[in-house]
Design a protein around this ligand. Sequence first.
Ligand code: SAM
Length: 316
Amino acid sequence: QTDDSRAALIPRYVRVNTACWTSEEAIQTFISRGYQLSGPFQSEQGFSRDGHIPNLLAFNPKTQFADDPLYKAGKIILQDKASCFPAHILAPPSRDDCVVIDATAAPGNKTSHLSALMGNKGKLFAFERDRKRYSTLQAMLSRAHCQNVETVNADFLTVSPADDRYRAVTHILLDPSCSGSGIVNRLDHLLEAEDENDDGQERLNKLAAFQLSMIRHAMKFPLVQRIVYSTCSIHATENEHVVRDVLKTEEALSGRFTLAPPKEVLPSWQRRGLAEEVDNPDYAASLVRCSPDEDATNGFFVSMFIRTDPDRKDNE
Ligand code: SAM
């Protein structure tokens, strides 16, 4: 299948920005415009609620929202379903004392999702090292009415976990640069400009080494409880193999961090990690994969590491 024919099977996903209004209000607005809650493929006016992600709606792939006033006003966010998984799985609580990091934030769809889940409370630090993409991030977050986000134009690897501003961080989202090999629907602008079609093994190995270093850095934050690692890659090198390597690090072998159990990682989603690509096949159940050919999403991978210290504080 070509990317175009695969993209034609992916609904146009729309995340309702709950910083502005509710899904019920959004649905009523779409119905008043002539859309019908009959499913995205029944007709060009059909749409539905998504079955896995709250506040996500699925429209016909031909539906265009780029010029829609609701999009321009930040009331709806155009975000592929799979790219909503990381923030949903990280699930930061909506509390004034909650401190969260989005380590690799631009263009910012996951940042605004996190901010909405936090109910615009607490503090969300959003790092982006690329100057131009940082400007896009600022524009997107302003449009999405994010009030609890502080953007920082910096390399996450240079951020000190001992810094007073970040010491209290409990949740980290890591969606670092990857090969982008899972993207078939380019409307989300997830890809970075650089050699997007080069999936040579040498490049993948370099990306994997960088991805591992980002996760290890996240594990240095003294109070971090949950770290979600995601890619829009379909390659095991950037996905299961990175997880396998994390589990061989001092941080994991010492028992401080482990993979979150399957029940904490979108258990209703059927497609899990590739068992043959991890050392213990049981680990695969903790990993989420999306197949561009079979799941009506872009190709995607999500994992979550959790602190296992006896005094683990969590979302309860
Ligand atoms: N999470 C974003 C979203 O959903 O909109 C997409 C993130 S994109 C896959 C990865 C981003 O991380 C790029 O904008 C890249 O410039 C940035 N990045 C890569 N390495 C970084 C680092 N060490 N520190 C901060 N940002 C980094």
